[in-house]
Design a protein around this ligand. Structure first.
Ligand code: HEM
Length: 506
């Protein structure tokens, strides 16, 4: 007679759990070996072939910019950095991959940058028609054509910054008033971008403090966001209904929450019946058919994407110029002679600033040395692809190394690691074009290219001229002039400076 014993009666409890553990281990081992086998033809750090820990730990340490550059140096332009991630350090191939007609799309990693999950914004949205449609509604506003008073908002912000320095941070021979330029620069860019985005400045410069602890909260959450983005199941969990309470909300007293509340209030006023059609950025979004919730999200994007990025380039240019006496003197002389020849207004116009060759070369070097966004920005394709002559199986995440690209000796010369604006001045037309194409990648490319680029460039052109024509700057700590942490976006602090009025010996 066949046994009617159940499975649990024939197998003891410990043996059962032992079997489960064994099957689980075998399953993990098989999936690891399969993962390794898929990309076995791509070299990289040994552990990266088997686990994500190499990539996650480098992200956590804030050293990914250097580490990915080192990996590309050691293993070539394509290297493996995790079981399903490779990195590309070749500028032309990155351009091709990010280009308009590329077979690649943004990878699921971007989900990690949703500001109000599960809703997407331009920063988190993958390609396709929805993204293209959203961009078409935003582009007229971002281009500045549809917006009155864009330059005036920037001018007013810079003027407020100059007043702040003059009132509180000017040193003389009898008064020493050191200032953390890194922090104050971000107050300026936040006030400018909020004026552009919402029609009202946050008032960071007026209060001369980190309002709502916005900067410190955002800076401390960036490393975590970058790590979480690498772990798809964790993103899904954190963005699920159950974890809603952990996400920033307009009810929060600090961090992004209060900024969300401002966005909600200001945007809400534009969508009431018979609302006035204002010729500003938000007005442009409304006129081009952006829905109210989309407009709230995209206003926040401007603050997040458009404040510290611009401040980073300003700081990077300032710290490199101020610590290079020959460049510093020549740049001041270029600005002085334009002022003396009455070629520039106060403040300088964007057009005139573009005519100052050394200034432009310094800004380009600033982008190149420390790109504000140096995160992995992975792309993925549902078909096999070939990059740098190597077959990349469908479904592989392809990151870029900002360092390998921006410090490429074949593009920028053997001294690519040095801040050397003269490389732009002495390059022939062909070389210059190749270098331009490469630093353009600091703003992304194609379908996902930065929409705020014209705004950032106007700000930088004006800020640097207006600061250097008025003030002398000295870095206080030459051992470590600035603190840089590369958490996908570059977080900078402690650029302590002594600022004095030009030619002021009193
Ligand atoms: C120096 C300043 C800036 C740098 C280096 C920069 C860099 C970038 C990069 C690299 C991307 C593309 C990311 C990707 O490919 O996934 C991007 C996207 C974007 N940036 Fe910027 N950005 C800067 C300033 C700004 C400003 C001032 C604004 C707003 C006023 C802005 C708004 C945006 C938006 C809306 C996108 C999303 C575009 C899309 O996906 O369709 N950025 N930026």
């Amino acid at each position: 007679m066949p046994s009617l014993l159940t499975f649990s009666e024939t197998v003891s409890r410990p043996a059962f759990w032992g079997l489960v553990a064994c099957l689980f281990t075998v399953h993990i081992a098989i999936s690891r070996v399969r993962g390794w086998y898929r990309l076995r033809h791509i070299k990289g750090p040994w552990s990266a072939a088997w686990t994500d820990l190499w990539l996650i730990s480098k992200t956590r340490q804030g050293s990914l910019f250097e580490d990915l550059g080192d990996v590309c140096k050691q293993y070539g332009s394509i290297a493996r950095i995790a079981p399903n991630y490779i990195v590309c350090g070749d500028a032309e191939e990155v351009r091709r991959m990010w280009g308009v007609r590329s077979q690649f799309d943004r990878a699921p990693w971007y989900k990690g940058f949703r500001l109000d999950p599960p809703r997407d914004c331009t920063l988190s949205m993958r390609g396709g028609d929805v993204h293209a449609m959203l961009r078409s509604k935003l582009a007229p506003g971002y281009s500045g054509k549809d917006v009155e008073g864009l330059h005036e908002s920037i001018d007013a912000g810079i003027a407020r910054f100059i007043t702040l320095i003059e009132d509180k941070y000017l040193s003389t021979t009898t008064k020493y008033r050191p200032v953390d330029f890194a922090r104050k620069a971000q107050y300026m860019t936040l006030d400018i971008i909020s004026k552009i985005a919402f029609g009202e400045s946050f008032g960071f410069m007026d209060r001369d403090e980190d309002l709502y602890d916005y900067i410190s909260t955002v800076e401390s959450s960036i490393p975590m966001m970058q790590m979480v983005a690498l772990i798809p199941w964790l993103i899904n969990l954190l963005q699920s209904f159950f974890c809603k309470a952990l996400m920033p909300s307009e009810r929060d007293a600090v961090g992004l929450g209060p900024i969300m509340a401002i966005a909600k209030r200001v945007v809400g006023q534009r969508y009431i019946p018979n609302a006035v059609d204002r010729k500003d950025m938000l007005g442009s979004f409304v006129r081009h058919g952006l829905g109210q919730q989309e407009a709230e999200g995209e206003s926040l994007v401007q603050i997040i994407a458009g404040s510290d990025t611009t401040a980073t380039v300003l700081r990077t240019v300032m710290v490199h110029v101020v610590t290079n006496p020959t460049i510093y003197m020549r740049l001041q002389a270029e600005i002085d002679s334009a002022v003396a020849g009455q070629l520039v207004s106060t403040p300088i116009t964007d057009l005139k600033a573009k005519e100052l060759p050394l200034l432009q070369a310094c800004i380009k070097e600033g982008f190149r040395m420390w790109p504000p966004i140096s995160g992995i920005m992975p792309r993925i394709s549902d078909r096999d692809a070939v990059i740098c002559g190597i077959r990349i199986p469908a479904g592989t995440n392809v990151a870029w190394s900002a360092r390998a690209v921006m410090r490429s000796e074949s593009v920028f010369g053997i001294d690519a690691d040095v801040f050397l604006p003269d490389r732009w001045l002495r390059a022939n037309e062909n070389q210059r074009q190749v270098m331009e194409n490469t630093i353009d990648l600091c703003f992304g490319q194609g379908r996902w290219g930065c929409l705020g680029r014209p705004i950032a460039c106007i700000e930088l052109n004006k800020m640097i001229v207006e600061l250097l024509r008025r003030f002398d700057f000295s870095v206080i700590n030459m051992e470590r002039p600035i603190r840089n942490s590369f958490f996908g976006v570059l977080i900078q602090s402690e650029l302590n400076m002594r600022i004095s009025r030009r030619d002021d010996l009193t």
